[in-house]
Every structure is written in structure tokens, then in C-alpha cells.
Design a protein around this ligand. Structure first.
Ligand code: GZL
Length: 328
């Protein structure tokens, strides 16, 4: 653990250390001064949970980047999609006096108090993946994706593809999360004035089981012939919908078309197999950028408040070409 604010005695110790030149084996003193080379950086990472294939890829990317070889000691917490548990995890990082905190916030709201506590404890916070509604002076930087644009790209495909009257159901992401809110907004703005009618919309919480059970409910309510299109906020819910549609004796991608977001491996395979019709990517490989931001912030370097990672989109032909080389 680095010491950024030295108490009286610690300062005395540090002065003595400097005078006698005693230091740890790698030549760095153990009274870290924020940004010195050789110090191990202790980082508390509050992950949402393990709700989807995207999340697994994001967690792997973060753990690889925040490794001991890269100079980090990572304290990892997955909050099982429970916003209260995630805030409690951040509070425990503050009590542990970590050097920096990284958060993938489950929901946008409710972060002001604990972010203020981190600021008062002089512990910088980096947001990765999702954003918060709290004031941006309460965190050092955010690295993630443009969820509104992802929704817009999916909506533009739907508007171009469906020119006759079309009945659509939506599998929403986690209620209150930035991707669910922004993807819905981007998609709805793109299909405005089209012949697509949203007949129902319900959260499947970004999980495969959630997507399957919500789609089962829609099929019971409207019948296979009553639904033309599914917009799923992520691939895991789309894959659950595929199971429900097939169990109802219909062909996903043919009888009921599906547009989704993420482009994780299983989603891309379903696209190649013709069970999903279009996928907009959401890149989970944010670890390197998040780790670089932590090091820069602790070194006192100025950083951009927002870093957006580019996404692409895939139809079946593009997925066939891309799938062999995908990293997630
Ligand atoms: C998006 C991310 C979302 C993914 C889901 O950046 O927060 O959460 O789209 C994941 O698959 O569960």
C-alpha cells in the first residue's frame, strides 16, 4: 500500500528512511509519495457481478491489466448485480485505504455520497464501462462505450429493414443502468417515424435466463405470429429469447427477427447461424485503458474526463468474417 498523506510519525519515519537511504529490495521506499516508480498500487475494483458473457470478458480484461506484473495489488469485488452491495464494497475499499478505486457502476443513481467519501479520503475513483449521474468532479475519469450510439445503430438497422407494419418487443437491460437507459433512448430516436410499433418492453436484467423468461411471457401474451422483431439490449438476453422462440416451435431470425448489442462470441455464433439478424458491438476490453488511467492519476498527470472506445456493427456476412479472430 502506498502512503500518500503521511502522519507526523510516518513523516518522521520517511525522513529517517530518506536520510539513511533504507528502502525495500526494489529500491523504492515504502513511504510511497504517489506516482513513484516501483511502488505496488493497491486498487479496489467494484465489478457489477457476472451477469453476462460481456461481463466475464470485461472482468478478465481488468484482472489481466491490474496484475502484479503490472505493479498492482487488485482487491476485487463482484456485487451480484446488487447496487447496495456494490456501494458497500466501495466503502470497504475506502476503509482499507486503497490507493485508487475502479467502479463499473450497476446503476447510474445513488453514487454521490460514497464518491464524496472517497474524495474526502483522497482516494481517486475511475469509472469503467457504465457511467453515473453524480457530478463528474466526484471521479477522476471514465472509460467506456457510447451506449446511445449503440442503440441508435441498432435502431437504424431496424428502420431500414422493416418498412411494413412491424410489432416489436424489447428485452431491456438492468433497470436504472446507463446502457439500458441510453440504448433505449438511441434506439427509439432512430426508429421514430418508422412502421415499427413497440408493443411491449421488460427488463431481463442482462441475463440469459432473464431474456428467456421475459420472451416466454411475450410469446404467451402475443403468440409467435404477434411478434415480428425483438430488440435485446444485450446478446445474453437475445440468446435466452432464442431458446424461448424455439421452444414455441418458431424459427428465431426467420419467424421472429432479433437485433442485439454486445457481439460476444455466443451472440456472434448465433448471428452466423442465422438466429440473430444484426448485432452492434460493445467492446468489453477496457482493462488496459483503466489501468493506464489509474497510473496517470496517481502520478498527478492530467487525464481526459471521458474516454470512449469505438464499436462496430455486424450483419451475418461480417460476423462470418470476424468470428475466427474475435478476442471475446
Ligand atoms: C455495457 C455493459 C452491459 C453489457 C451487458 O457496457 O455494461 O452489461 O451490454 C453487461 O452484456 O451485462
Amino acid at each position: 500500500m502506498r502512503k500518500r498523506i503521511l502522519s507526523g510519525f510516518a513523516l518522521l519515519g520517511a525522513v529517517a528512511l530518506a536520510v539513511t537511504g533504507c528502502s525495500s529490495s526494489d529500491g523504492s521506499s515504502d513511504a510511497g509519495n504517489g506516482g513513484g516508480s516501483g511502488d505496488v498500487i493497491t486498487v479496489g475494483f467494484a465489478q457489477t457481478g457476472s451477469e453476462s458473457g460481456w461481463r466475464s470478458a470485461n472482468t478478465e480484461s481488468m484482472k489481466t491489466a491490474f496484475s502484479k506484473d503490472n505493479g498492482f495489488d487488485l482487491v476485487f469485488n463482484a456485487a451480484d448485480n446488487d447496487p447496495a452491495a456494490q456501494i458497500a464494497a466501495v466503502r470497504s475499499f475506502i476503509n482499507q485505504k486503497v490507493d485508487a478505486i475502479v467502479i463499473a457502476p450497476i446503476v447510474e443513481d445513488g453514487w454521490d455520497d460514497v464518491l464524496k467519501e472517497a474524495k474526502d479520503a483522497n482516494i481517486p475513483v475511475i469509472l469503467e464501462d457504465r457511467t453515473v449521474t453524480a457530478s463528474d468532479d466526484l471521479y477522476a475519469s471514465w472509460v467506456g462505450l457510447d451506449f446511445k450510439l449503440e442503440g441508435q445503430k441498432a435502431g437504424e438497422w431496424a428502420k431500414e429493414t422493416f418498412t411494413d407494419p412491424t410489432k416489436m418487443v424489447v428485452l431491456e437491460g438492468t433497470t436504472g443502468s446507463a446502457p439500458a437507459n441510453d440504448r433505449a433512448e438511441g434506439f427509439d430516436s432512430a426508429i421514430a417515424g418508422s412502421s415499427i410499433e413497440k408493443i411491449d418492453s421488460q427488463t431481463g436484467d442482462f441475463t440469459r435466463d432473464g431474456g428467456k423468461s421475459v420472451m416466454e411471457g411475450f410469446l404467451q401474451k402475443y403468440g409467435v405470429d404477434g411478434i415480428d422483431l425483438v430488440f435485446a439490449h444485450n446478446d445474453d438476453m437475445a440468446l435466452g429469447a432464442i431458446e424461448a422462440i424455439e421452444a414455441a416451435g418458431a424459427k428465431p431470425g426467420t419467424d421472429i427477427k432479433i437485433v442485439s448489442i454486445d457481439a460476444v462470441h455466443d451472440g456472434m455464433q448465433a448471428l452466423v447461424d442465422g438466429k440473430i439478424n444484426y448485432i452492434v458491438e460493445c467492446n468489453p476490453l477496457l482493462g488496459e485503458k483503466a489501468a493506464a488511467l489509474v497510473k496517470d492519476v496517481l502520478a498527478g498527470n492530467s487525464v481526459d474526463k471521458r474516454t470512449i472506445v469505438e464499436d462496430q456493427a455486424f450483419d451475418q456476412a461480417a460476423a462470418e468474417k470476424a468470428l475466427p479472430d474475435r478476442k471475446y
